[in-house]
Design a protein around this ligand. Structure first.
Ligand code: TYM
Length: 333
């Protein structure tokens, strides 16, 4: 039987966080066992914020290396750079003409970004329609993402349904979102555990990046918000103990010890013990990941081969869908 298709993307901007790893990359790796996975480094999405040429070039290679270090296997899956497959921008334009202006205007991420950003370009506004093109080109069954992308996926479904209905033909598969199963779909900020951990956070004490060294990890986790329960109580309770719960989620996902078992192991222990365990495991985990990262990052010839190969394979699939779209619209003479 043909394997169902998984598609997802990640932007090559800034330093990826442990949230990106747990919410997206760790899922991407696992899904390769059961599905045919297609992953893209969304460099065109990154242009919604001004990027310096050399920094963007380096970030693309860094993120590709992180994906490989996280276990994305180019022999099993396709990994490519979004701008290398021109069908993404071609379908993007067509879908612009099928997306409802009022609906896009209501996207929360857009509203948050215009609130914070002086440079409001049209790309920032139509960003989710490029995501729609990414996903719909590959007849995607499921899209593994963090919670912050859920509204975008709903929009993609909406656009796909609208298009299929207008032409009375199933041109696009309607994709489903796939959220992390072990509470990892929204890793929270260390100092404000009701807010998503985000690589663009101005206060870097809120985030653990994949490149933080042992000293920085120790400092940040030591400062992470817990609570003032007396006696200390290490319990998973998202509503009443968001800081402790966030640390338990991170810990569980990097050690593969269940949250229940962690709760059991930390009965009668204090927050110092929990934080020491988080620090030691995070350092261990990130040092291992970085060792793999440097192996790939140093080998640019290999990276370029993987990029080229990935784009060639992705293009084969993308062309099939785009041709169907051109035919049904009346663009193929
Ligand atoms: P980006 O680059 O912001 O984030 C990449 C992935 O990481 C997830 N993520 C998190 N998950 C859990 N906790 C967090 N704190 C956290 N922060 C980020 C995001 O949800 C995402 O899954 N627009 C997308 C990239 C993209 C894409 C696509 C995704 C482009 N085309 C098509 C899916 C399908 C983005 O900016 O992700």
């Amino acid at each position: 039987m043909k394997k169902k298709i998984i598609f997802s993307g990640i932007q090559p901007t800034g330093l990826l966080t442990i949230g990106n790893y747990i919410g997206a990359l760790s899922q991407w790796e696992k899904l390769q066992k059961k599905y045919f996975c297609i992953y893209c480094i969304a460099d065109l999405h990154a242009l919604t914020i001004y990027q310096k040429k050399n920094i963007l070039n380096n970030n693309i290679l860094d993120v590709l290396s992180i994906c490989l270090a996280s276990g994305i296997d180019p022999k099993k899956s396709i990994i490519f750079i979004q701008s290398h497959v021109s069908q993404h921008t071609q379908l993007n334009w067509i879908l612009n003409c099928f997306a409802n202006f009022g609906v896009i205007k209501r996207m929360t991420q857009f509203k948050e970004k215009i609130y914070l950003n002086q440079n409001i370009n049209v790309g920032l506004f139509s960003y989710p329609i490029l995501m729609a093109a990414d996903i719909l080109l590959y007849q995607t069954y499921k899209v593994p993402v963090g919670k912050d992308q859920v509204q975008h996926i709903e929009l993609v479904k909406d656009i796909a349904r609208r298009f299929n209905n207008i032409y009375k033909k199933k041109i696009f598969t309607i994709p489903k979102k796939k959220l992390h199963e072990n509470y990892g779909s929204c890793i929270m900020s260390l100092l404000s555990p009701f807010k998503k951990m985000s690589k663009s956070d101005n206060n870097k004490n809120n985030i653990i990046t994949l490149f933080d060294n042992d000293f920085t990890i120790r400092k940040k986790i030591k400062h992470a918000i817990t609570d003032s329960d007396n006696p200390p109580n290490i319990k998973f309770d998202l509503k009443n103990k968001p800081g402790i719960s966030n640390l338990l989620i991170i810990l569980s996902n990097i050690t593969q010890i269940s949250i229940k078992e962690l709760e059991y192991n930390f009965q009668n222990k204090n927050y110092y013990d929990l934080k020491e365990f988080v620090i030691n495991n995070l350092c261990l985990f990130l040092n291992k990941l970085r060792k793999k990262f440097f192996f790939y990052r140093k080998n640019e010839i290999l990276l370029r081969k993987i990029m080229l190969n990935g784009a060639q394979k992705a293009e084969k699939y993308a062309k099939i869908t785009l041709k169907k779209v051109y035919n049904i619209i009346g663009l193929n003479m």
